[in-house]
Design a protein around this ligand. Structure first.
Ligand code: F0G
Length: 456
């Protein structure tokens, strides 16, 4: 297990292009909050100083990726960029059938619409919001079967993204014939960016295949997951990320991917499978919703940049720094006793808002309250992952009430991170004065994107 670090991780890159950012005054931040109805998704980016809303599509591309964009062969069909992309993904995963999509949820749409029918059940370690929504829209029921340690923010269990195999076996036995696919999300985003172990993936694969059920991965953050396997699992330290990846993908029947994460691009994704029949059904839908199978909703130059990004995300210097940045903020917060999901995840720190604001009842939205306050304090934008995102109807209680500080890849330096930790610390020091928040309007599904709030 990694020990605490006092020194920040040193950036394994130097900066060639800069983008100015500016901190608004406290009065301007207050006005921005009001105008946004206290929903940070409604802020414009100029109103944000350090943007930790998401690690998705927010990566800085490398010089090699920008150069790749210039190699775009914008042919409608048969572009050479598609061939390079295909070679890269097939080389990495071994999945023989591949369709590019414009992002992860488009891959989910094509995949689930081709596979699910009403009344089906889809077990996952933990569904992400869009994944859950796609399962539901196809009339199926999403079930989370993550290990119980995932629900204890203080547990140091190293693989909190693991599936509870006992629960999975029970679902497959009791719901025989109703489970067309089992998924695992690498890393477990909803539960703190926590990894699954190779051993657990092997076990889940064996259980699924014994039951005759296909096993798929949501591989958005697979490289970060592989990095944790390399660090924490016995016998893995001498293996490369690519080798660990090969072992992971050999266990699965296919995957959906948002390349906006471990593909290091601003847009892109894919769905891949070993099942030729499923591939043919998905290809039909792809043409209707995304585009021809050699571009799938993207400019061909984007496929070229994605091919480069998928390779760069496996670089060990990059990953040491990337995961090290998350751990660095974690160490700074730990020094103040600020509660967050332990151990620090692969792509962000998840503050435990329930423990941060124990005096704010769940119906008064401690997570939303904390995320508003962090913006108010220092112009830092985070996201609530709790009752607003995953509550049902009027019920705001979820097992985890979190605020995610997602770290964009290769974007912020150590001093930005120190600033973020200082901002959170200042909110921590005056936490007793925070009262809570009320949701004044909301849509029925995926309400966190559009809901309006009022301070109490
Ligand atoms: N699966 C997981 C685990 C995700 O985290 C996301 C996106 C998706 C699928 C969908 O991919 O955005 O490319 O359509 N997560 C982002 C986030 C939005 O902020 O965590 P997408």
């Amino acid at each position: 297990m990694e020990g605490p670090t006092l020194l920040p991780p040193v950036e394994p890159f130097r900066i060639k292009v800069v983008e100015a950012i500016h901190l608004l005054s406290p009065v301007e931040r207050e006005q921005a909050l009001k105008r946004a109805h206290y929903n940070l998704f409604n802020l414009s980016s100029e109103e944000v100083y350090i943007d930790l809303l998401t690690d998705s599509g927010t990566s800085a591309m490398s010089d090699r990726q920008w150069a790749a964009l210039m190699l775009g062969d914008e042919s409608y069909a048969g572009s050479r960029n598609f061939r390079r992309f295909e070679q890269t993904v097939k080389g990495l995963t071994g999945f023989p059938y591949l369709l590019p999509t414009h992002q992860g949820r488009a891959a989910e749409h094509i995949f689930f619409s081709s596979l699910l029918k009403r009344g089906d059940i889809v077990p996952n370690n933990m569904h992400f919001d869009t994944t859950q929504e796609h399962v539901r829209r196809n009339g199926a029921v999403p079930l989370n079967a993550v290990v119980r340690e995932a629900y204890d923010p203080r547990s140091e269990y190293p693989f909190k993204g693991n599936m509870d195999t006992g629960v999975l076996e029970r679902i497959l036995r009791d719901e025989k014939g109703k489970v067309p696919v089992v998924m695992m999300t690498l890393t477990n985003n909803t539960g703190g960016g926590q990894p699954a172990s190779l051993k657990n993936l092997e076990e889940v694969s064996r259980i699924c295949h014994t039951a005759g059920v296909p096993f798929y991965l949501d591989m958005c953050r697979w490289a970060e997951n592989a990095y944790f396997i390399r660090k924490r699992e016995e016998g893995m330290a001498s293996k490369s990320i690519r080798e660990i990846g090969a072992e992971i993908f050999a266990l699965a029947d296919g995957a959906t991917m948002s390349a906006k994460k471990d593909g290091l691009v601003n847009i892109g994704g894919f769905v891949a499978t070993r099942d030729e029949k499923l591939f043919e059904r998905m290809r039909e839908l792809l043409i209707v919703y995304e585009g021809f199978p050699t571009y799938g909703g993207l400019a061909r130059r984007d496929l070229e940049a994605m091919a480069v990004g998928l390779e760069e995300a496996m670089d060990i210097d990059y990953l040491d720094h990337r995961v090290g940045q998350v751990r660095y903020i974690g160490d700074l917060l730990d020094a103040e006793g600020i509660p967050f999901v332990h151990p620090p995840g692969g792509h962000g720190i998840y503050l435990d808002a329930g423990a941060f604001l124990p005096h704010v009842p769940r119906e008064n939205l401690p997570g939303q309250t904390l995320s508003i306050e962090i913006y108010r304090e220092g112009g830092v934008r985070t996201v609530e992952i709790g009752g607003v995102m995953f509550g049902e109807g009027k019920d705001m209680s979820t097992r985890l009430e979190l605020v995610r500080l997602a770290i964009p890849r290769r974007v912020y330096t150590a001093s930005h991170l120190a600033y973020v930790a200082e901002t959170v610390k200042r909110v921590w020091e005056r936490r007793d004065n925070l009262r809570g928040t009320r949701m004044s309007s909301a849509s029925e599904s995926l309400r966190h994107f559009t809901a309006h709030f009022e301070p109490l």
